[in-house]
Write a new protein. Sequence first.
Length: 228
Amino acid sequence: MFIFLDTETTGTGEKDRLCQLAYKLETGEIVNELFKPPLPISIDSMCVHHITNEMVENKPMFKNSNQHQKLVKLFNDDKNILVAHNAKFDVDMLIKEGVHPQKVICSLKLARYLDPEGKILRYGLQYLRYFLGLKIEATAHDALGDILVLEKLFERLFARMSKDIGPAAVEEKMMEISSKPILLNRMYFGKHKGVFFRDIPKDYLQWLSGQDDLDEDLRFTVGHYLNG
């Protein structure tokens, strides 16, 4: 069973924790709850998801909630697959809470993999929503809204891959792609935003390689074009 999941958090650092969790099961069941995190929500994060410390003050801590127990049980079953956009972020948040998904599909990696010519300039969930014309009523940067968009995006990606390899093989292929770094085509931020990596000056790539906050795909791509 696919479990479409998203978290909103206190921030993006190593110590940050979730303050909202939403997920949808293939059965149609939807869960969307706020939780009191063990540290304050940062102002930067409030500006994205609009969840304030006052809103979660009287909410249970996630580890003390029924949802924690339910997710532990769901992900202990190896028939269940977590689907998330930039799944590493959500998986890391869940692991901090003692929830360990066994099988994971990352729609961000799939979107990058399925765009070998670099036609898409950005791969954020909301950008893909409008680039692909996904028809869905959903609030952006809210965990519930994001899983509704995520489900529609996943349906589109699944259909695309099914044409290439057949529906029976898609699930395993998606998990395989999600487990490896993806070679990017274009830079998606900074002064070279939108430029193909093959055209970016080596001195800029060298500088970029020394930065600590590169995601797995970006670090892999920078290394590829520096050493290729």
